[in-house]
Ligand binder design. Structure first.
Ligand SMILES: *Cc1c(COP(=O)(O)O)cnc(C)c1O
Length: 966
């Protein structure tokens, strides 16, 4: 054995860990499909005119140890000060039992959105708990399962208000001038698109306007707590909808906004055990009155039953969603913040109502002590009631300057509102010693205040000394459901989390071939850095000189993404793919405006587009015109040419997906870009399919102007059971001045006067280390090979299955791109077996179903990704063939159409112990152990097939009463 040092080093690289099939497997697969090499296959699939002439230049691949140590250098440049900035982001202790068993556990973070609820009952229960927490604390009847952040939730609240308000003629949305500035910013961006007038002023003056809705904040940005019951009543008399932004921790103690009459309540659940992460990801909660249920944004988990009548959970009222209603959808939310909602709900489960109360009361007590000490020294407070936030005003400019110097020396950040105003927000992590430090920073070293003495004095004084007077206190009980009252020991908690995890199929069990979702490896080495305090514990509005590590991370990642996309600049703000679409369309809109062409508002969208495309176009205030696809799944050029000419004067843009959602590299894509440009339009290329482009072609090279990237698809951020995600956009230079800006932080692009699309300047910055590591570890060689192996895997499956199921679309040389669509309609016609039956039967074989009925009804779209090895792919192919043989038995009449392993799938343990099973025409073994491979690693669906219609007719979206468990 002789090898050079270079060869030894190369063997140690991450590439062979990320890419599933090893060299021998790749060779066998290439052979099976008739290609001589990866390059040969690529040349067969991707038209020459579209292929990049040279390699990407994103660096050399490296080993995991090297990758970690180089990111460590970057992390060390972040200087983590203790944060009292508040403004929606607070210090929190992530309970270790949740950190390790949820955030750092692939059983939780690699799952997808629960499209197959029979194998997702665990996370569905966790989200249902989140809804219960939201409802209990806000005092409203119905909660959604998580939105992206507080500020986008505010704009969803505004949109809901417009939909449901009876003040049909009114066009004003009134925003109290004491809401967070970044919330207002995101609202203004959205309102401009909708043509709403936003009026900002003192809350009490809202009644003077003809308005359809109003937004109040409780507690407000200064920490003040006001009872808004009378105001809300007066606004209701004007038929306005009242939305209230609220803080979850304060609501543990405060009278709920629901009790005050609010129609919608929303806010961030970050401080329930989710690190600040320099802005995210965190889940926003959103609650409303029951009568507004059909207008709710985002997903709602509801209770239904399975075919045995057993209680079962699933996503409720899906028909309200963007993928069904397209440009008529309530919102464009697709990926949300499920993992973080789950963390917050587990935080509530672990602490229970009493634990939460203790945490909240301690925060209040420390704030009381801080206030009383400062006031005793003559400091004036702007607010006379508080939970955790004090605003010091007025101070002299000299005081503020001196305080800033002392704060810096003590390594703490205060909220600097102006030259004469400071804010301090305490949180769960604040200790007694911190109050001394704060006294020193604010008053100078010579103060003689003693926390214990102040505490005694407060206890002896009347209750009125507290920041929350009696009349503002919550009197109704919270979190009375047993789930929140039985898991306070770590052992119980650990087992509860595990019990739920066991019900869910995630990537740590088997491949999840959901087409368009790119369920690739989320490597541990990529994930580790998100838990590092240097990344996890930074406040998004901390001074930039403390966040130099993040600045470098964002800059280097942006540079790589510029190379990969062929664009000129990257905007990191959007925190999901759909938000990226919205942000990209806004840039197009502003670009047209800058050229005095604001009348250009038509957005062409091919029939085959993902539902978020039309939904986002509608949010951006554009008019959607749908164009046809031909029988091969390509954009119908005749129809497109005709529509582009017809709409030429008013054409804003086209939204296309490449390779198309049909899984084909359309040869005409460059011609499409040219055609749209000739008519003065811009090209938005949906980047969800970048996993078929990286290193081979690019949106910029093809001729598009702007794209979002789903970092949670192509660039290894895990899907978290439905989120988080990151949807940065790449733009050509002419659009760069028009991307999102931010009121609080300079984002570095020439556009800080532009409105924001997210609460935080760099969106969910806390998960960017994952994509950074992905590109760093793989290098140019690895990211390019990933694309090629993704295509190899898809073509191998397509080839192997094509004699059993028709492949709906193929491109050049009968190849597919990185995914393939099985057409099940002929089989359904012949046998009566539906795509749903096949999807559920796959669960019995231990697999998650591929994407069902998108982009064509009656089909399955399979995307294996490069991370699946030949062994796993063969197992999947065997399962699909075995299922085809089962269908044959239905076709031939051997099994009746209404009693066979397909229509009865998935099978549960309940089935197996049911004596009535004996009457079925197939055996128990056939039901649950159809192959030897299944026996070796059985996954048991925890419920039988779920009845969606029953659940929607009997809508129930809260934790189930305990007697139902009996
Ligand atoms: C996933 C996807 C989107 C939406 O991305 P989210 O992050 O879920 O908002 C848009 N278009 C296509 C083609 C997709 O596959």
């Amino acid at each position: 054995m002789t090898a050079t040092l270079t060869q030894l080093e190369q063997h140690d690289r991450f590439i062979r860990r990320h890419i599933g099939p090893n060299n021998a497997q790749q060779a066998a697969m290439l052979d099976a499909i008739g290609a001589t090499s990866l390059n040969d296959l690529t040349a067969q699939i991707v038209p020459e005119s579209i292929r990049l002439p040279q390699a990407l230049g994103t660096g050399e691949p490296c080993s995991e140890a090297e990758g970690l140590s180089s990111l460590r250098q970057v992390a060390n440049k972040n200087n983590v000060f203790k944060s009292y900035i508040g403004a929606g982001y607070y210090g929190t202790h992530v309970p270790s039992v949740i950190l390790r068993n949820v955030l750092e556990n692939p059983g939780w973070y690699t799952a997808y959105t629960p499209y197959q609820p029979e194998i997702a009952q665990g996370r569905l229960e966790a989200i249902l708990n989140f809804q219960q927490v939201s409802m209990d604390l806000t005092g409203l009847d119905l909660a959604s399962s998580s939105l992206l952040d507080e500020a986008t939730a505010a704009s969803e609240a505004m949109a809901l208000a417009k939909r449901v308000s009876k003040a049909k003629k009114a066009n004003i949305f009134y925003v109290a001038d004491d809401v967070f500035p970044h919330t207002l910013d995101v609202i203004q961006t959205r309102a401009e698109c909708f043509g709403f007038e936003v009026v900002v002023g003192p809350a009490s003056e809202a009644v003077n306007y003809d308005l359809f809705g109003a937004l109040l904040q409780y507690t407000n940005r200064h920490g003040q707590i006001d009872d808004r019951s009378e105001l809300i009543k007066a606004l209701h008399d004007k038929k306005a909808i009242v939305a209230v932004a609220a803080d979850l921790m304060s609501l543990v103690l405060l009278k709920s906004p629901g009790e005050m009459g609010a129609d919608v309540v929303f806010g961030s659940s970050q401080r329930f055990g989710v690190p600040m992460g320099y802005g995210g990801p965190h889940a926003a909660f959103f609650t409303a009155r029951d009568m507004h249920k059909r207008s709710m944004p985002g997903r709602i988990i509801g209770v239904s039953q399975d075919t045995r009548g057993k209680r079962a959970l699933r996503m409720a009222m899906q028909t309200r969603e963007q993928h069904i209603r397209r440009e008529k959808a309530n919102s464009n939310i697709c990926t949300a913040q499920v993992l973080l909602a789950n963390m917050a709900s587990f935080y509530a489960v672990f602490h229970g109502p009493q634990g939460l109360k203790t945490i909240a009361e301690r925060i209040l007590r420390l704030t009381d002590i801080l206030a009383s000490g400062l006031q005793s020294k003559g400091v004036t407070l702007l607010n006379n009631r508080w939970f955790d936030t004090l605003t010091l005003d007025p101070l002299t400019k000299a005081d503020v300057t001196a305080i800033k110097v002392r704060a810096k020396a003590a390594e703490i950040n205060l909220r600097i509102d102006s030259e004469t105003r400071l804010g301090i927000s305490l949180d769960e992590t604040t200790e007694r010693q911190d109050i001394y430090t704060l006294f020193e920073v604010i008053l100078g070293p010579d103060h003689d205040l003693d926390v214990a003495v102040l505490d005694d004095e407060l206890l002896q004084a009347s209750a009125a000394q507290s920041g929350i007077p009696e009349s503002f206190k919550r009197t109704d009980p919270i979190l009375t459901h047993p789930t929140f009252n039985r898991y306070q020991s770590e052992t119980e908690m650990m087992r509860y989390i595990k019990r739920l995890e066991n019900k869910d199929l995630a990537l740590n069990h088997s491949m999840i071939s959901l087409g368009s979702c790119t369920m690739k490896l989320n490597a541990v080495t990529e994930m580790l850095p998100i838990s590092w305090p240097e990344f996890a514990n930074m406040h998004p509005f901390c001074p930039l000189d403390q966040a130099q590590g993040y600045a470098q991370l964002i800059e280097e990642l942006s540079d790589w993404l510029v190379k990969i996309t062929g664009y000129d600049a990257i905007c990191m703000q959007p925190n999901s793919g759909a938000q990226g679409e919205y942000a990209g369309l806004l840039a197009i809109k502003k670009y047209h405006q800058s050229r005095d062409e604001s009348h250009r508002n038509i957005c062409l969208i091919p029939q085959s587009a993902h539902g978020t495309n039309p939904a986002s176009a509608q949010l951006a205030g554009m008019k959607v015109v749908v164009t046809a696809c031909d029988k091969d799944g390509n954009i119908d050029m005749d129809d497109l040419t005709a529509k582009a000419s017809e709409m030429s004067d008013n054409l804003s843009c086209i939204m296309i997906t490449y390779p198309s959602t049909h899984g084909v590299y359309e040869e005409s894509v460059k011609a499409i870009c040219e055609l749209i440009h000739q008519h003065g339009g811009q090209v938005y290329l949906d980047g969800a399919n970048m996993n078929a482009q990286v290193g081979i072609t690019s949106p910029g090279f093809i001729g598009a102007d702007v794209s979002h990237l789903n970092l949670h698809k192509t660039f290894a951020i895990p899907h978290g059971g439905g989120g988080p995600g990151m949807g940065p956009i790449g733009v050509k230079a002419h659009l760069a001045p028009f991307v999102a800006g931010h009121t609080q932080v300079k984002t570095g692009l020439a556009s800080d006067n532009n409105g924001a699309v997210s609460a935080a300047p760099f969106g969910s910055a806390g998960i960017l280390p994952i994509s950074y590591m992905y590109i760093k570890l793989l290098g140019t060689k690895g990211v390019t090979e990933s694309t090629q192996v993704a295509m190899l895997n898809a073509n191998y499956i397509s080839q192997k299955l094509s004699s059993h199921y028709p492949i709906l679309y193929t491109g050049r040389h009968q190849r597919v791109a990185h995914e393939c669509i099985l057409d099940l309609r002929p089989l359904k016609e012949a046998s009566g077996v539906t795509e749903m039956d096949i999807a559920k039967r796959l669960n019995d074989y231990g697999f998650h179903a591929p994407t069902m009925s998108f982009p064509v009804a009656g089909t399955l779209m399979i995307e294996p990704t490069e991370s699946e090895s030949k062994v796993e792919i063969d197992r999947f192919i065997d399962a699909m063939i075995a299922i085809r043989n089962e269908i044959a038995k239905v076709e031939s009449g051997e099994w009746p159409i209404d009693n066979n392993p397909l229509c009865n799938a998935p099978h549960t343990m309940d089935d197996i112990i049911d004596p009535a099973f004996d009457t079925r025409p197939y055996s128990r073994e056939q039901a649950v152990f159809p192959t030897e491979a299944v026996k070796a690693n059985k996954f048991w669906p925890s419920v039988n097939r779920i009845d969606d219609v029953f659940g929607d007719r009997n809508l129930f979206c809260a934790c189930v009463p305990m007697d139902e468990y009996k």
